[in-house]
Design a protein around this ligand. Structure first.
Ligand SMILES: Nc1nc2c(c(=O)[nH]1)N[C@H]1C(S)=C(S)[C@@H](COP(=O)(O)O)O[C@H]1N2
Ligand SMILES: [Mo]
Length: 549
């Protein structure tokens, strides 16, 4: 009468072995640039889920991070996704262990190895196929034959994991049956000792894998691409140049955000747990479809054969909440799409460009939009440096007046088509045009920087930003408590599409006050004050802050 190990034991063993497997995959990612399986599966699921569920998930993460008051929202959100991805794989491993042990309680197999091997294959084969279909960030996949090595590596990992699971089951069953003559207490001891051994071995593999991975692959596979310019200098443009509006006498109120967002502070939003790594040597921009001159362009040809166009751009995510962090301004460099169109010559029936990216993201732009605005450009540099991997290296598009969801990073192909199509987020229920909403934010109520005027009147500098796509800002107004809306001073913006810095020196009165702010667009259109959440067309409502002064 052998006593087979329980389902719970299977869950525990499954969990322990899966932690070790995750650590081994982590080491593989760092060491040889193999895919990191949990992230691939997570991204695959995220692409499959319906829009409302994804939006709910993102909103939940953003709410939690905001509630915890963590700085750097978009980085924290990526970290949260990564933790969820690893957690998801762990849960799957626990379930697999439980299921295997449950099956083995009711069934005997002819071979001692086949149950474990089968488990490894049942989990490993789909995971391998998914990873190969989705992964563009693994360095290994970019070398000839690398995809096969990746596939083999993933499969090998799961087979060894499955065999270990089956072996553990057999050991536990054996210790139970050999002890059948002796007391139940001895059985329990044997099992416990064995489980501790499995736990210890898993922990050793985990510590070695994760530890070695962390030491060896500092920066990680996704950060491996170059961010220096041709001269080897990694100096941003802003380090040695002044902003185009530097002569404006209006100084931002102390505590106002930096007018130019530094590259490290710029938000990042995309559908990838790790951004896709595109290698310049293998990359060409494919221009295909309804064209007289279809062609392929290298990054060097885009840089060298066209006069570079520089624009100061404020980019915002449609998910940005009122006064949120998902907005930033930097200097973009690239080529006007009008110039490219003149060369590839769209056929008369072509109406739109379908832009596809290395991560499977896509969006559609009307040729009319491009012909009406020479500022629509393919950009390869931010602040004078080649785009960072996470910001779209080697190429992204800029379309003034639209939220980021309309503007693919990591572009690989532009296909000229007849008729409009829905892009990635439009298919998931977001606004088809995604025009940037007017928004105004209070960055600072600088009570510590009180100005004392000649007549001993005290004023508190208040300031922040206002933005309305390419439509400009003609007026910003501040209200204190239930008082009058009073005009603020406006700093000249860096370009027609960047945010405007505003400032209002408020006659100080001690006590608790609520400060509110709103703007008017260039043509006088007032900012929408009705409160609406981001989905589907971008948040509206005015920003207020309460301060005890
Ligand atoms: N290929 C690709 N491009 C993309 C996305 C993406 O997921 N994949 N996300 C878009 C969204 S929603 C935004 S807000 C901007 C953000 O650009 P950033 O991360 O460089 O700030 O990229 C856009 N371009
Ligand atoms: Mo976005």
């Amino acid at each position: 009468m052998t006593q087979k190990p329980t389902i719970l034991t299977g869950a525990v063993v499954g969990g322990l072995l899966t932690i070790a497997l995750i650590a081994v995959f982590f080491l593989g990612a760092r060491l040889i640039g193999a895919p990191f399986v949990p992230f691939d599966i997570f991204d695959w699921i995220a692409r499959l889920l319906p829009g409302p569920i994804i939006t709910f998930g993102i909103d939940l993460i953003v709410s939690i991070i905001s509630a915890l008051n963590i700085d750097g929202l978009s980085n924290a959100a990526k970290t949260a996704e990564q933790i969820m991805a690893v957690g998801g794989m762990l849960v799957t491993g626990i379930a697999a262990g439980a299921i295997l042990f449950a099956v083995l309680r009711n069934r005997d197999f002819a071979s001692r190895y086949s149950p474990g091997l089968l488990t490894g294959l049942i989990v490993g084969v789909p995971v391998m196929l998914i990873s190969n279909s989705i992964n563009r960030s693994a360095a290994l996949n970019a070398i000839p034959g690398g995809v096969l090595i990746s596939a083999g590596w993933i499969l090998l990992g799961f087979i060894v994991w499955g065999l270990a699971l089956g072996w553990a089951h057999n050991q536990l069953a054996k210790s139970a049956s050999s002890a059948s003559a002796s007391t139940a207490a001895v059985q329990v001891m044997d099992r416990r000792r064995f489980l501790i051994t499995v736990g210890g071995a898993s922990a050793a593999v985990t510590v070695m894998g994760a530890g070695l991975g962390a030491i060896l692959g500092q920066g990680g596979p996704a950060e491996a691409a170059i961010t220096t310019d041709e001269t080897g200098a990694a100096q941003p443009w802003s380090a040695s140049n002044s902003l185009p509006n530097a002569d404006d006498p209006l100084q931002p109120a102390p505590g106002t955000r930096s007018e130019l967002t530094s590259l490290v502070d710029h938000y990042r939003i995309d559908i990838n747990t790790l951004p896709p790594v595109v290698r310049e040597e293998e990359w060409k921009l494919k221009l295909t479809g309804l064209l007289d001159n279809p062609t392929e362009l290298t990054l060097a040809s885009l840089r060298d054969n066209y006069a570079p166009m520089h624009q100061f751009v404020t980019l915002a995510c449609i998910s940005n909440r009122i006064a949120g962090e998902l907005i930033g301004t930097t200097r973009w460099t690239g080529v006007s799409l009008q110039k490219i169109l003149a060369e590839v010559k769209p056929k008369s029936n072509a109406t739109h460009l379908k832009i596809t990216a290395a991560d499977g993201f896509d969006e559609v732009v009307a040729i009319e939009t491009i012909m009406n605005d020479e500022r629509v450009m393919l950009a390869y540099a931010w602040d004078g440096l080649p785009l960072e991997v996470k910001h779209g290296f080697p190429l992204r598009i800029y379309i003034p007046n639209h939220y980021g969801m309309k503007q693919p990073k990591w572009i690989t192909e532009i296909e000229f088509i007849e008729g409009w199509q829905e892009g990635y987020w439009v298919r998931r229920g977001w606004d088809r045009d995604a025009l940037m909403r007017a928004t105004t934010v209070i960055d600072t109520v600088a009570v510590d920087m009180m100005i004392v005027e000649a007549d001993n009147k005290m004023k508190v500098p208040i300031g922040g930003i206002a933005h309305a796509g390419n439509r400009g800002i003609s007026r910003v107004e501040v209200r204190v408590d239930d008082g009058e809306w009073t005009a603020a001073q406006l700093r000249k913006p860096m370009s027609e599409t960047t945010w405007v810095i505003w400032r209002y020196d408020w006659p100080f009165e001690a006590g608790e006050h609520t400060f509110s702010v709103r703007c008017q667009e260039g043509d006088g259109t007032p900012q929408i004050e009705t409160v609406a959440s981001s989905r589907p067309s971008g948040a509206t409502g005015i920003h207020s802050v309460k301060e005890m002064l």
